[in-house]
Ligand binder design. Structure first.
Ligand SMILES: C[S@@+](CC[C@H](N)C(=O)[O-])C[C@H]1O[C@@H](n2cnc3c(N)ncnc32)[C@H](O)[C@@H]1O
Length: 390
């Protein structure tokens, strides 16, 4: 196997179970590696650090799968990790037939995401190295889950970073449009044409939490609503009216179908840019009892953080202005780069501008089927803050 040496000092973070080696941290190779080759990572003096796979062109060049000398990368190791992940999910009380089975680094399989929607499975490879293990992974999933179909999704962003094939395709069986259940609601999941792998599974806990904030008769606002996860939950909790806003007509059509599927009326689906509609709602003097702001990732890397924060500031300021005294505002960030502290600081600043005191009543993170590794901060990506706007 190709041996890779890293610069002095880099071994500390790897011994602390950080599994990424950046390109500038590499001193040299025993042989020129090809994309996706397995490598042994060694410190400056040649001591063993881990087994991983490499993409010499990518900034994150090596992802380590095993820190144990006696545990090189093999089909058995991958099978064991998938089985362990499955056993963990079986123990969780998710109250749904849809869950994330493999959460990349969080399940010690960097570059692999597997979501399960009832009898259907969606696989996403986020690194070239992991995509090379497809012929190991798919038979393991078929054997373990006995699915009716497996579909491969591709995130354009990671496909361009890792130079992956961009084609989304059926890998096994068939994948029709299907609905899943979560708590007492049903949702259509658009696996083939939808965003992410079809549904925002990571917000399952938050969707449940939001119900505690809604009183019967409340008027609510779900910004960046996608297929209506929060809007339907608010309605189910007794809201008399929910305005649900998204820029994607496809997501809104799914939202409307979801409302029908659950026999819920009283949701107004609005196709608009949230930044525009917020100004219009304020100009009209509207206000709401509960406001949810769940935007897409505004910061894909560190360089875009300042812009993302000014976007958040605007959303929070307007969100606060639109919340009735004693009402609630929930704000989320699904980008690792926009941290919990960023959210809190920006809320403080927005509260000052709006001249409203904010009482924090809760926080949420990605749900339990999206575990994160303490030594890999990047694996905690989804944060939510819930405030009462006094
Ligand atoms: C993180 S998802 C929301 C997930 C949703 N809350 C759920 O539980 O399913 C973000 C959504 O924002 C929408 N979006 C992105 N930019 C937007 C904008 N400027 N205005 C309105 N919607 C936008 C996307 O279409 C996507 O549906």
């Amino acid at each position: 196997m190709i041996q890779v040496r890293v610069k002095p000092g880099v071994e500390d973070k790897i011994r602390g179970f950080f599994p990424w080696v950046y390109r500038p941290e590499i001193i040299g190779y025993s042989k020129k590696p090809e994309k996706g080759d397995f490598v042994v990572v060694r410190d400056f003096s040649g001591k063993f650090l881990g087994y991983g796979y490499i993409n010499p062109q990518a900034n994150i060049s090596i992802r380590i799968l095993s820190f144990r000398r006696e545990e090189p990368i093999s089909k058995d190791l991958v099978r064991r990790r998938i089985e362990e992940a499955f056993e963990y999910r079986k123990r969780l009380y998710l109250d749904s037939n849809a869950y994330r089975l493999i959460h990349s680094e969080g399940d010690l399989l960097p570059g692999l995401v597997v979501d399960v929607y009832g009898p259907y499975v969606v696989v996403e490879f986020t690194t070239f190295g992991m995509s090379k293990l497809k012929d190991w992974i798919i038979p393991i999933l078929i054997d373990l889950l006995k699915p009716k179909g497996i579909y491969q999704k591709v995130s354009e962003y990671v496909a361009s970073v890792e130079e992956l094939e961009k084609e989304e395709k059926l890998l096994y069986g068939e994948v029709p449009e299907e609905f899943i259940w979560e708590h007492d609601l049903k949702f259509y999941v658009n696996i083939l044409g939808g965003q992410k792998t079809g549904f925002f599974l990571d917000q399952r806990g938050a969707r449940k939490l939001i119900r505690s904030l809604v009183k019967p008769g409340d008027e609510c606002l779900d910004l960046f609503c996608h297929s209506g996860g929060f809007a339907l939950s608010m309605k189910k909790a007794g809201a008399s009216y929910v305005m649900a806003v998204d820029i994607s007509s496809q997501a809104l059509n799914l939202g409307k179908k979801n409302a029908q599927l659950n026999g819920l009326s009283g949701i107004e689906w609005v196709e608009a840019n949230v930044f525009d509609i917020l100004k219009a709602l304020i100009a009209k003097g509207k206000s709401f009892d509960v406001v949810v702001i769940d935007p897409p990732s505004f910061a894909k890397n560190r360089a875009t953080v300042p812009n993302a924060l000014s976007g958040y500031k605007e959303l929070m300021l307007r969100g606060i202005q639109l919340t009735k005294p004693g009402g609630y505002l929930a704000v989320y960030s699904c980008s690792f780069h926009i941290t919990r502290e960023h959210l809190l600081q920006t809320l403080v600043s927005a509260g000052r501008d709006a001249k409203r005191q904010l009482r924090v009543i809760g926080e949420s993170f990605q749900d339990l089927d999206h575990p994160w590794i303490l030594q890999i901060p990047n694996t905690l990506y989804l944060k939510g803050i819930y405030v009462e706007v006094l």
